[in-house]
Design a protein around this ligand. Structure first.
Ligand SMILES: [Zn+2]
Length: 320
């Protein structure tokens, strides 16, 4: 399918490897990988700063569905006479660019917003979108996490609750259906996966599905153990995605470019899980496991973004 080859999702704007490298240089190299990562705790601020200046690129997918790329996670937009439905809100500082991109898609007002999960790069724009007219819908755990201080251990960061306007007003446990703009829209909870709040959003007639952060196309995914995620949950979610799609389905990942090649969803996760589990079973420590490079076969393709091979190995190690 046609989709821009250039990825403005800030590969060039922020890069954990560079940050770790800088920390390494600043301390003469006396940092363990974990410390180097903690050193990069300004990452959330960096992502926000990057979003403030990043352009938003619009990709028309199929029927009246588009994807806006450039503010945190991929934002899907359904347009039509019932108003615009957004899947994910991006980061609040991108409001001017997102507003411009939405205006270019038509004059329909913003009426609905769905959060695929609670993370800030998908829900930080909730408050302004609610003020602009969106009713916010999400899985119940998303509302819970957005309502309290949320510590993410592996980011070494405490996220503050959103103000009341940004909290989803309509939540569900397992499934929720919407009918808007002549589209049948199915929201479905994965169970524990990338977090405990992830849902898929399926546009039935268009055969398009937004799978949130259960899939990062071509880049190692973050797994948020602090709010219920795990490597096994990610693999189960990949199985769910495979079962729910066919070769014609356009899959919108949480990060990276939309694809219609579903095979890539799962194999990398399973292979690395097996490699790491084997090493851990042999009694290797986390650092020894990282040193054994269990992701080596996948690094060239998947290890070029925020979650570098060592960090992804540590995330998998934690869960096997
Ligand atoms: Zn996420």
């Amino acid at each position: 399918m046609e989709f821009s080859k250039q990825n403005p999702l800030s590969r060039r704007h922020f890069c954990l490897c560079c940050l770790s490298g800088a920390a390494f240089a600043a301390t003469g190299g006396w940092l363990t990988p974990r410390e180097a990562f903690a050193e990069a705790r300004g990452l959330v601020s960096l992502i926000k700063d990057s979003a403030a200046v990043s352009p938003i690129v619009t990709h028309k997918l199929r029927n009246n569905i588009s994807v806006l790329e450039g503010s945190g996670g991929n934002i899907a937009v359904l347009t039509g006479p019932d108003g615009k439905l957004l899947i994910d809100a991006g980061i609040a500082v991108s409001r001017p660019q997102i507003t411009k991109a939405l205006d270019a898609l038509g004059a329909d007002p913003i009426t609905h917003l769905v959060n695929t999960h609670w993370h800030f790069d998908h829900a930080n724009g909730n408050e302004w979108l609610h003020a602009a007219g969106a009713k916010i819908i999400a899985q119940a755990n998303t509302r819970k996490h957005l309502s309290e201080v949320q510590r993410v251990e592996d980011w070494d960061y405490n996220f503050l609750p959103l103000s009341s306007g940004g909290i989803p007003s309509e939540v569900f446990a397992n499934e929720h259906d919407l009918k808007l703009n002549r589209s049948s829209i199915g929201l479905k909870h994965y169970g524990p996966a990338h977090t405990d709040s992830d849902i898929s959003v399926t546009f039935a007639e268009a055969n398009v599905v937004h799978v949130g952060d259960t899939f990062w196309n071509g880049i190692y995914p973050f797994i948020d153990y602090s709010t219920g995620g795990s490597i096994d949950g990610m693999i189960t979610a990949s199985d769910t995605n495979l079962a729910a799609t066919n070769n014609d389905t356009i899959i919108i990942p949480g990060h990276g470019q939309p694809v219609s090649n579903k095979a890539e969803l799962r194999d990398m996760l399973v292979a690395i899980r097996d490699n790491v589990a084997k090493l851990k079973k042999q009694g290797r420590s986390r650092d020894e496991t990282v040193a054994a490079k269990p992701t080596a076969a996948f690094d060239a393709k998947w290890g070029q973004f925020v979650i570098d091979p060592g960090f992804f190995t540590r995330l998998v190690y934690e869960g096997v």
